[in-house]
Design a binder for this molecule. Structure first.
Ligand code: VGL
Ligand code: ZN
Length: 202
């Protein structure tokens, strides 16, 4: 049984948002069209408290997009984004949500970032997504959303670790950094994942 996981399709990641992914809005009609082909659709939502440790503004003197250490891990410092209950944290208005059965939130711990929909970046705390999918009989996951090189890719790598057959739908994602995206797509392939196009689904 297969599931579509829609990752972080939130206003702050769209053009005009706080942490815009170039062309991020272009994936929304594709994701809407894909949903009817899946017996289960779930979503994730980046959901940070104000003053989250991944925000550059939480590190006086540090600039956005520079790297520091958080919870002992390398951490890119982002603009403030997806603050809990802010309009930027809401799912994109054009995203069809009728078929989304559950939404898994992440990034709520100030002290550690959470790119994957399954675990925080230190792999300490689970969101429950893997158990939920397994409980629903899912064996294959298809990934779409934002950003391709960050949360979508980290979710793909964790899905493989959790034993799911994993397909990243390339035209249903956009990346922040194109070089990073190429590298991490190769890592996903090396670990047994597939990079596919939406036209092959249905
Ligand atoms: C994301 C950077 C920071 C994402 C979330 O959803 O890809 N990227 N937080
Ligand atoms: Zn975030």
């Amino acid at each position: 049984m297969k599931s579509l996981i829609v990752i972080d399709v939130q206003n702050d990641f769209l053009p005009g948002g706080a942490l815009p992914v170039p062309e991020g809005d272009q994936i929304i009609p594709i994701i809407n069209k894909l949903q009817p082909f899946f017996p289960l659709v779930v979503a994730t939502q980046d959901w940070h408290p104000e003053g989250h440790g991944s925000f550059a503004t939480s590190h006086p003197g540090m600039e956005e997009f520079r790297t520091t250490t958080l919870a002992g891990l390398e951490q890119i410092l982002w603009p403030d984004h997806c603050v809990q209950e802010s309009p930027g944290a809401a799912l994109a208005g054009d995203l069809s949500t009728k078929a989304i059965e559950a939404i898994f939130r992440k990034g709520m711990d100030r002290e550690i970032d959470s790119y994957s929909g399954f675990f925080d970046n230190g792999h300490k705390k689970s969101t429950g997504l893997a158990d939920y999918l397994k409980g629903r009989g899912v064996t294959e996951v298809y990934l779409a959303g934002l950003a391709g090189d960050v949360c979508v890719a980290f979710t793909a790598l964790d899905a493989l670790k959790e034993g799911f057959q994993t397909c990243l739908i390339e035209d249903a994602t956009r990346a922040i950094g194109m070089e990073e995206f190429e590298k991490i797509k190769n890592r996903i392939r090396e670990r047994g994942g597939n990079i596919i196009q939406s036209k092959t689904i249905g």
